[in-house]
Design a protein around this ligand. Structure first.
Ligand SMILES: [Ca+2]
Ligand SMILES: [Ca+2]
Length: 303
């Protein structure tokens, strides 16, 4: 009997799983930032912002991003659009900081007068929607890598909106909540109150309960992914980040390139021959060996 019971239980679980899958809702919009690596002191570094909208065109959007570590980076109140989905777009861009200290950037992108110039058509898009610009600071001497999070603030619809072709808010729902208000009469004519004022505390003459509509983010339809910026203070040629360039870095690089070994602490710092495309390959091994043991040119990673 025991095995029979188990068999039925497994079947029930499988059936329940199938039903749950059928009702699982795919998001209509994904807003995503990547994890990126930059060199300490980098200016006008670019952080890609991806907007993936599958169903609806977006004719304007309001987004607000905030940094977790203002000691590491500063956001510029600019975006870069070359090579992005906004390349060549001529609509309205309003970009500013609310804190006004580089810790946040608020974007309004759209064209309320001419909504035909759609910002984002539905589809699958490998390229970023646009890039946020930031400057990375120098790290303290004792630190090789440090990180900060960049989050999209999605809790407040007054700072966060995606608007579709019909003027509707995308990825939101309206929650109806009771709003309890207290009122005090400030003018009577005979026994009838003709003018009320709203008060927050007693004494009051009347209580009115009204249904109030509050806009909220629908996390089943709208997925938001925060980004991570890693700031590296690694010397050109220093594979393992121990602040020396020596034989161990050659061994690390050979292992990474040809033997499936671990990645360097910061890959761009292994482009020691300064090849313009940034490739890290056999010529970099040769360059490093030559620099260390044969009096060749020093490692020279591009800025
Ligand atoms: Ca090293
Ligand atoms: Ca190279």
């Amino acid at each position: 009997m025991r095995s029979c019971t188990l068999f039925i239980a497994v079947l029930t679980l499988l059936a329940f799983g199938a039903i749950a899958d059928a009702f699982a809702q795919e998001p209509i919009v994904r807003l995503r930032l990547d994890t990126i690596n930059v060199r300490a002191g980098a200016e006008q570094a670019l952080l890609p912002v991806y907007i993936e909208n599958y169903d609806d065109p977006i004719i304007h959007s309001e987004l607000w991003y905030r940094l977790s570590r203002p000691d590491l980076c500063s956001l510029r109140t600019e975006i870069e659009t070359a090579g992005t989905r906004l390349d060549g777009w001529t609509g309205l861009q309003l970009i500013y900081s609310i804190a006004d200290d580089g810790t946040d950037v608020r974007l309004y992108l759209g064209d309320p007068i001419n909504p035909i110039g759609i910002l984002f058509h539905p589809g699958t898009w490998p390229q970023p929607a646009f890039y946020l610009e930031f400057d990375a600071y120098e790290l303290p001497d004792t630190t090789l890598v440090d990180s900060l999070r960049l989050e999209l603030i999605d809790s407040s619809p007054s700072f966060f909106k995606l608007i579709g072709l019909g003027g509707e808010y995308l990825g939101t729902y309206v929650d109806t909540v009771p709003d309890t208000s207290y009122w005090r009469c400030v003018q009577y004519i005979d026994d009838v109150c003709v003018d009320w004022e709203r008060v927050s505390i007693p004494p009051y003459d009347s209580i009115e309960i009204v249904q109030s509509e509050v806009l909220r983010i629908d996390t089943t339809q709208l997925k938001v992914y925060d980004g991570l910026i890693r700031v590296h203070d690694v010397t050109c040629g220093d594979f393992n980040g121990d602040d020396n360039v020596d034989l161990s870095d050659v061994i690390g690089l050979v292992g990474y390139l040809f033997l499936g070994g671990p990645e360097p602490v910061f890959l761009p710092m292994m482009n020691v021959d300064g090849s313009p495309g940034g490739e890290v390959d056999l010529p970099d091994v040769i360059h490093l060996v030559s620099a260390l043991f044969m009096g060749g040119a020093s490692p020279d990673c591009p800025e």
